[in-house]
Design a protein around this ligand. Sequence first.
Ligand code: HSE
Length: 314
Amino acid sequence: MQPQYNKEIEIFAPATVANLGPGFDIMGMAIEGAGDLVRMKIAPGDELVIRNESGMPLPDDVEKNVVTPALRALVAAWGDPLAIEVTLLKKIRPGSGIGSSSASSAAAVTGLNELLGRPFGEKQLIAFAMEGERLVSGGTAHADNAGPAVAGGIMLIRGYEPLDYIRIPVPGNLCAAVIHPHITVNTLESRAVMRKEIPQCDAVTQWGNVGGLVAGLLTSDMGLIGRSLKDVIAEPYRKHFIPGYDELKEHLAGIGGLLGSNIAGSGPSVFALCDGRQAAAQAGEAMKKHFAALNIEADLYAGPVSGQGARVIR
Ligand code: HSE
């Protein structure tokens, strides 16, 4: 396989909702309409240059950019040094909770794989992208954002050592509304507030809900999906990061076709899963209204789950 030197490509990777309610660190889905756009090229040499033209605040230090460990993992597996130029053109706001770091890492490893002639498969690309997550999550490399950012759709990560994941078919009518209020929640802080030991009764509730959610998705049982979108592990400890969170859930609960709502990843974004586009649009409006009343600007994405992950677009 010959690397394609000096060819410039652009790669898009979607935003993602991690945890999907009960699946802390093991479930995630890609969403339509938001993501990162990255331009890349390679040349002979041994240098990594990352430019930020996204307008979003990112660390100047290459060592602190999530793209760096992801690309280094791929280059180590490739075995030969490379000079790599990455330009971040469009970026999900960092700290949004919709997979900002994963989208960059997923786009970068997908782009580099393409320029090298696709020597690596999907699972390896996810493993490389996870290295970016390790940097922002205090040493834990989880795949609930990185997996769907690379591969699209809804993913269950059955295990990490070794990485073992399952693409879950998405029921045709399943839609999502995701709101990103413009407040920042640091992933490390959001993980730090969680309990390190889980009482047995909470563990039983949680794994019942994870199983129910997976079964509901596999059988397109919207009622079961809704009953299973409950989380006693993360949401109760993280909800104080989101102004008026309990009231927001109450507003949403009254919407016909609403299956359930929860915090997206480590927050502050909030997602609602819905039976149909109309319910997703209504849930989105309710969420927008909630944050507008609190004078908090917010971006809204509403529509079907994205079946596509990171891809070369030019
Ligand atoms: N599963 C992760 C969490 C996603 O909830 O902390 C955010 O990186």
